[in-house]
Design a protein around this ligand. Sequence first.
Ligand code: BDR
Ligand code: CA
Length: 323
Amino acid sequence: MNERHSTPIPVILDVDTGVDDALALTLAARHPALDLRAVTCTAGNVSLDHVVRNTLGVLALAGASGVPVAGGMDRPLLEPARNASYVHGENGIADLRLPAHELTPEPVHAVELLRRTLLDAPGPVTIIALAPLTNIAVLLRMYPEVVRKIARITLMGGAIGQGNATAAAEFNVWHDPEAAQIVFDAPVPVTMYGLEPFYEVTCDHADAARLSDSPEPLNQFIGGLLTHLAGTTATTDRATPGTVALGDAGAVCAVLDPAGAQVRPAPVSVCLAPGVTRGQTVVDLRGFAGTDDAAARDARPRIDVVTNADGARYRELFLSVLP
Ligand code: BDR
Ligand code: CA
């Protein structure tokens, strides 16, 4: 641990576990520079029931049994839930089985766990949001007083360019565009870790094979997830041959090691209209107002948009927490 991390950073993860959420949970639970205070779950990659089950199982396997977990919103604000089991497997974790454990979710809604964890913390807490932003948007609407206890929201979502769920839209924002807009407009610092860095931070197929062959159950599980991801990401046009994108885990790296990410502050708008651009993030990198009203543009919150990340540096950071 370096000097900067002598006091661990308090964080809450909001997840839709999810293969790459499982990688992110493992990193956040095991890195000594993070103090994982709570994990909240929302529907996204798979149904809420699967997400809660997967999240508890991953935390148990990662040795983080004391972290409170709660289930939250089971669908977006306006639309029905639509899953991504075509990427993550029917159960959301590559159809792998996790070892039995004794963990159970907290008997409260995720929004209540978020509120309680934030307000009880001695200082501000960073929220790392790796899922559709429904829980976070409801939190901000129901309990706006929590903003003074949010150090930053680092969210995996959106894209400067091409989408993945659709040609225009990234999955998390596409799943609940209204929730995303609420978060982008919130009076808290926001980092958007979008699809550009998402696909830049990778492991090698050789890492996946080595982990799968390890005698350690956690490594075998991570190796299985990476092997599954290698298969699904190979079908996209963004995959570098021989590599596997670490996805959501990269957003955790950006909190642990911000110097590994390049950031440009910019207003971000979400396309809310129905049609082919619904859920697209329009990132205004121009630096001038163009034909827009300059005062209106300057009044918009500036989002710290990650334009690219140091893939090799973040790969090392991720692998460092495995036994
Ligand atoms: C995002 O969508 C989900 O499929 C992944 O877990 C990630 O959070 C990528 O678009
Ligand atoms: Ca996710």
